[in-house]
Design a protein around this ligand. Structure first.
Ligand SMILES: Cc1cc2nc3c(=O)[nH]c(=O)nc-3n(C[C@H](O)[C@H](O)[C@H](O)COP(=O)(O)OP(=O)(O)OC[C@H]3O[C@@H](n4cnc5c(N)ncnc54)[C@H](O)[C@@H]3O)c2cc1C
Length: 475
């Protein structure tokens, strides 16, 4: 884990200056009051990470008239590291009542996101409100589905009970689903209630282009876009240092580096990077029409699939509590889960993906994968986002802790992040998303955090003894 550079920054600025790589700091509002600094439109803002949260934030900052915003990312946008950089993602937030803070936040967030998917020209073209099948294979799984989806509280007729293989098969054209659906039970949530899927990569590209039009700058590449540490002065964060040694000063640093956030700042165990697996299967030309406009089919213990009609492929993800990758930090000697990006998946994950296919589409189960990769998220202990200012370093704002459920919110999450920056975030959200290391004391790293499937516990990549690379046709 990279530590702070309190004393190093002045030295690095000097050496960068001597090497000619130092960018003279734009005037940053050292002497502004905190409240003024939070809303001044000309303040220097650095967004670390141009993934799902970072792009949404950049777009919103541009829309609110901030004139001095730079996004840093080690890769061109959308980044190869971003969990959002994927052909498609699901949109479905369960059926939450507003009786609890969690329900209130989930409903408000989802309503804002669905409004964005439906109305915002940046996102609208990429939204497919085709509905959602939420199923499970065991009685415990079914209880979990009931907790998340609350079918008894849904509007009459909006959720249809599914109890037999025929019930599932009737939801798609003949020939799309061919399995026995062993033990599967669930519900079908019709389209028009906000659930379905989105073209994720295209939505990210669209947000990126719109942010650029609004004069947000993007500094990408391994040297100048890769932030290795934050810089500190007078007890606050004053900027970042990139891999090249370049120091960029700022009035506000928004840390949105996804699973790598905890490599840049010590989150005191509030963030636990974990990865999941996905693969693509090519459809025959005559099969593509079968999968047009179909609902997402998700089994919380097995997996889900979404079609990519442009390439004629199905994307399949398996459901399980995720893999960590614990390594010892050379500097501190502490163990931390660290993201490693690979374009292959553990053989056991491949087996589970194929087992899911055997349940519902056995005619596709043995086809070679055309693409496979691991994809990294970062879990907070309670799986609520981590969005807000640091209690001590007031110029530092977090926009991370996606906990595996962030992409659907790309149209709206930036609004809440910028609200947090401006000090106007809904107080219920602010309380749930704040810096909260007390929730991570003695954190149980083996907690499955409400997820099901697989071994019903997180695994570590060190337990994996074979990777599927040789079997992937194209990566
Ligand atoms: C297999 C899988 C399937 C998923 N399916 C869904 C779904 O169906 N629906 C849904 O809503 N969500 C889904 N998610 C979750 C969703 O993708 C994430 O919650 C979301 O993308 C996280 O956004 P983020 O901005 O926090 O991180 P990311 O999108 O990962 O962005 C982090 C960014 O930070 C950059 N970065 C990293 N290190 C540095 C550094 N040192 N300096 C500067 N920049 C840096 C990266 O390049 C990247 O661009 C899925 C996740 C996985 C893994």
């Amino acid at each position: 884990m990279v530590g702070p550079c309190h004393t190093n920054c002045a030295r690095l600025v000097l050496s960068a200056y001597l090497r000619g790589s130092f960018e003279a700091p734009r005037p940053y509002s050292r002497f502004r009051s905190e409240a003024m600094a939070a809303t001044a439109k000309d303040q220097t803002i650095l967004v670390v990470g141009g993934g799902t949260f970072g792009l949404s934030t950049a777009l919103q900052l541009g829309r609110r008239g901030y004139t001095n915003v730079t996004v840093l990312d080690p890769h061109s946008i959308p980044s190869a590291l971003s969990a959002g950089n994927d052909v498609n993602k699901t949109v479905d937030g369960g059926n939450l009542t507003s009786n609890t803070d969690e329900g209130y936040i989930g409903s408000k967030l989802l309503a804002a996101s669905v409004e964005g998917w439906r109305e915002d020209p940046v996102f609208k073209p990429f939204y497919h409100e085709t509905g959602f099948i939420c199923a499970a294979s065991s009685p415990e799984g079914e209880e979990n589905v009931v907790r998340r989806q609350a079918p008894d509280q849904a509007a009459p007729g909006s959720m249809i009970r599914l109890q037999t293989a025929e019930d599932f098969m009737a939801l798609m054209p003949k020939g799309a689903l061919t399995g026995d659906f062993p033990g599967w039970r669930g519900w079908y949530k019709k389209g028009s209630n906000g659930s379905g899927w989105v073209e994720a990569r295209k939505a990210m590209q669209s947000a990126f282009h719109e942010a650029k039009k609004l004069n947000v700058r993007f500094l990408t590449g391994r040297e100048d876009g890769d932030v290795v540490e934050l810089c500190y002065e007078d007890g606050d964060v004053t900027g970042v240092r990139t891999r090249s040694g370049r120091v960029l000063k700022a009035d506000c640093v928004i840390l949105a580096a996804g699973a790598r956030s905890s490599e840049i700042f010590d989150f005191q165990q509030q963030l636990l990077p974990k990865c999941w697996t996905l693969a693509h299967i090519k459809l025959e030309p005559h099969e593509i029409e079968l999968y047009r406009d179909i609902p997402v089919m998700s089994n919380i213990e097995r997996g889900f699939f979404i079609p990519d009609l442009e390439t004629g492929e199905l994307k399949i993800c398996n459901e399980f509590p995720g893999y960590t990758n614990f390594v010892e930090d050379a500097k501190t000697g502490k163990k931390a889960s660290v993201a490693v990006h690979r374009h292959d998946i553990p053989v056991e994950a491949e087996d589970r993906l194929r087992s899911y296919l055997r349940d519902c589409m056995p005619h596709l189960a043995e086809r070679p994968f055309t693409f496979a990769r691991v994809c990294w998220c970062t879990d907070t202990p309670d799986r609520a986002f981590l969005i807000g200012r640091h209690p001590t370093y007031k110029r530092l704002l977090f926009a991370t802790g996606d906990s595996g459920r962030g992409f659907m919110h790309i149209p709206a999450i930036g609004k809440f992040i910028v609200d947090a920056m401006e000090g106007s975030l809904d107080p219920v959200m602010a309380k749930a998303w704040k810096w909260r290391p007390e929730t991570a004391v003695d954190r149980d790293l083996g907690d499955r955090q409400g997820r099901m499937g697989g071994l019903r516990r997180p695994q570590d990549l060190s337990e994996v003894n074979a990777w599927s690379k040789e079997r992937v046709v194209k990566a």
